[in-house]
Design a binder for this molecule. Structure first.
Ligand code: 1GP
Length: 263
């Protein structure tokens, strides 16, 4: 068989495996139940190129992120191209859309994190976008993972805060975060995401993560402002099940191997 034929049959094989995988039921939930930590790489479609993904692929060596998230608060370019590049360089890794709005939906991804911005009081991000997206999601045959999205003040104004026009929960108001996360679980969300915002000065405090973890019985994601292996270890030790890193890897792709292997 030629090299091309080997490559294309491997690509088709992983395409079928990805399409048959129920990302929440087959990957996230079993890991949560087994207390296995998952690392998620966040890709901003507007900063995604063949060169960038290739440098991340080279930096990561034999390691593969457990999940790739694709999306952002404001995306001007093509989410579809970004997902295709993620599949090209990380064929075994499921891609979950992490959309700031319904224009970022694309059928090439394996699933979509259906975010409800429960820390805010903007109906657009509690139900408006969801109504606009629902038929599209069904037509695209995308798996949905309903997720309670909780924005926590990270010490600076982040894109998600500005674009969503919502106020984050103050970082010292742990009890508000806990009650919000619990409400989210009671509403039927399958995961809770504690978000400091991309490029946050400070990540979500360990104390808040610990308290939320104790209160809910669904997977807990933490992201925003995680800059080094110590940050990642701290949030995992506090109870995060999935940790998301974007900016630190955008700044320095070489850091991904340390981030991925040192927790
Ligand atoms: C943002 O939580 C993610 O939605 C990742 O944030 O870019 O700061 O890693 P960073």
């Amino acid at each position: 068989m030629s090299n091309w034929a080997i490559r294309s049959s491997a690509t088709s094989y992983w395409f079928i495996v990805r399409k048959m995988t129920q990302v929440y039921e087959d990957i996230i939930l079993p890991a949560y139940r087994a207390h296995k930590r998952l690392f998620a790489l966040l890709i901003d479609p507007d900063k995604c190129s063949d060169e960038r993904l290739s440098s991340i692929r080279n930096a990561v060596g034999s390691y593969t992120p457990d999940i790739i998230l694709v999306g952002g608060s404001l995306v001007l370019g093509s989410t579809s191209n970004a997902v295709a590049l993620c599949h090209k360089f990380f064929p075994q890794t499921p891609v979950i859309l992490f959309p700031g709005d319904e224009t970022q939906l694309t059928p090439e991804a394996e699933a979509v994190m259906l975010l409800s911005l429960v820390s805010g009081r903007n109906p657009e991000y509690l139900i408006g976008q969801h109504v606009r997206a629902s038929v599209k999601i069904k037509q695209m045959n995308l798996q949905t993972i309903p997720t309670g999205y909780i924005l926590v003040d990270g010490g600076n104004t982040t894109a998600v805060q500005y674009i969503s026009n919502t106020m984050p929960i103050p970082s010292d108001k742990t009890e508000i975060a806990v009650a919000t996360a619990l409400a989210s679980e009671q509403l039927g969300h399958k995961m809770v995401y504690l978000e400091g915002g991309s490029g946050a000065l400070n990540h979500v405090p360990a104390e808040m993560i610990r308290s939320v973890r104790k209160m809910i019985n669904i997977p807990l994601i933490v992201g925003g402002g995680l800059k080094c292996a110590d940050d990642i270890r701290e949030v995992f030790d506090a109870g995060a099940d999935i940790v998301v890193v974007g900016s630190a890897i955008e700044r320095n792709p070489e850091i991904i191997r340390i981030l991925c292997t040192q927790y």
